[in-house]
Design a protein around this ligand. Structure first.
Ligand SMILES: *Cc1c(COP(=O)(O)O)cnc(C)c1O
Length: 393
């Protein structure tokens, strides 16, 4: 599956209307990713993990497609409520909740919650009595970029006692959930986790607790990131096959974040300064690590960088952001042509964990987000191109 990538012409057209830095988001690409998952993993219903990118265009498009949503705070619930998503389509999947989150969840009518410790039970019983709860179990996966199991998940042996205690407190023990870690490249991690979950479902049945829901979390990778080729269709189909085999009668949920929006957004930035240090050219961009490149730090990510307008052969170069901090270096040894002030660069696969963690550090404004499908300038241009194509056929 190809990422959304602006061509040079589109980038230049947009730059006439909007000064850099800016982001361009393709909602059609988000939809394509959603449909691809539904096609290859039909056993699971999608709950989009809002934290990856809460742009209201994404929320609206996914809501229209029938998606459910995974929320972690009152703020995320309110963003969804503002675009008309009701609480019955949300799961509050942050296993530890604050008072504000619990009050808002109760107010909006959210009925599904995950937890991984007994200390959460009295809170849930008080604010959302009778709600469906899923216990999050710890699973292991060395092949994930971001390991979530060092912070989250109950030990396997604690899962059923936790569900039992939840029932005794008047909650409804609905099932099991896990998260194999983000940008997981391993299908085996899902398969192992599914086997563990199946054992818990069987043991629960023996204890007269009938579990109905399984939530396999997020973690689906962005294909081809960092030169790693992952066959997503195969991965999803293998998981679907295991679900058919192990959980034929269970309601299954998945909580993708990165996968749905990661490949749908580009950054357009400009070179605002240059210098030579030894043999190495430096290019200072108008967007940096305190902006949408924050994912380099928080998300351990490297984004594909595309240079235009440069002359001559490529040499290993350094790209840095505009802030006055030495940490604000984005690419080292990047083979770039010679660039000049005013040249633009395009950075792709910037849809997940980028804008959400950007800051105003040093007084720089947040990069605005344009929706690709709403750009009249491009649409006009696109039609001209199409007409040209037709004329030449
Ligand atoms: C972050 C998160 C997700 C989304 O993870 P991705 O790796 O982006 O798919 C899903 N569920 C929970 C509980 C999360 O915390």
């Amino acid at each position: 599956m190809r990422s959304f990538i602006l061509n040079e012409n589109e980038m230049n057209e947009l730059s006439k209307k909007q000064s850099t830095p800016f982001m361009v988001l393709s909602l059609d690409k988000v939809e394509e990713n959603y449909r691809f998952l539904a096609k290859h993993l039909p056993r699971a219903k999608t709950c989009y993990a809002v934290k990856a990118n809460p742009h209201d265009g994404i929320l609206k498009r996914l809501a229209a497609l029938g998606s459910h949503f995974d929320v972690a705070s009152a703020g995320e619930m309110e963003m969804l409520a503002a675009v008309g998503v009701t609480g019955d389509r949300m799961i509050y999947a942050n296993p530890v909740r604050d008072r504000c989150g619990l009050e808002t969840a109760a107010h909006l009518g959210i009925r599904r919650f995950t937890f991984d410790d007994a200390s959460e039970i009295p809170k849930l019983a008080k604010f959302v009595p009778g709600a469906d709860v899923l216990v999050r179990i710890q699973v292991h996966n060395k092949k994930a970029l971001v390991d979530l199991n060092t912070k989250f998940g109950a030990p396997f042996t604690a899962a059923l006692p936790l569900l039992r205690a939840a029932e005794e407190a008047g909650l409804h023990a609905a099932g099991i959930c896990f998260h194999v870690g983000s940008q997981s490249l391993s299908t085996a991690a899902y398969e192992e986790a599914l086997l563990l979950a199946r054992r818990l479902f069987d043991e629960a049945e023996a204890l007269h607790m009938h579990l109905t829901d399984l939530d396999i979390g997020g973690g689906f990778p962005i294909p081809d990131a960092d030169g790693l080729a992952v066959n997503l269709a195969n991965m999803m189909e293998a998981i679907n096959h295991q679900l058919e085999r192990l959980f034929p009668d269970t309601q299954v949920w998945t909580e993708p974040g990165r996968y749905l929006c990661g490949t749908a957004m580009n950054l357009v930035a400009s070179v605002i300064g240059t210098k030579m240090r030894g043999q190495t050219p430096w290019y200072i961009l108008d967007e940096g690590i305190y902006g949408v490149f924050s994912g380099i730090l928080f998300d351990h990510w490297t984004y594909p960088l595309h240079c235009f307008g440069g002359k001559g052969k490529t040499v290993p170069s350094i790209f840095a952001g505009p802030s006055c901090d030495g940490i604000d270096v984005l690419y080292r040894d990047f083979p770039a042509p010679k660039l000049a002030i005013g040249d633009k660069v395009l950075v792709t696969d910037m849809g997940a964990y980028t804008t959400v963690s950007a800051t105003h550090f040093n007084g720089f404004a947040l990069a605005p987000v344009l929706v690709y499908e709403e750009q009249e300038a491009l649409i006009g241009h696109q039609q001209e191109n199409d007409e040209e194509k037709e004329a030449s056929m």
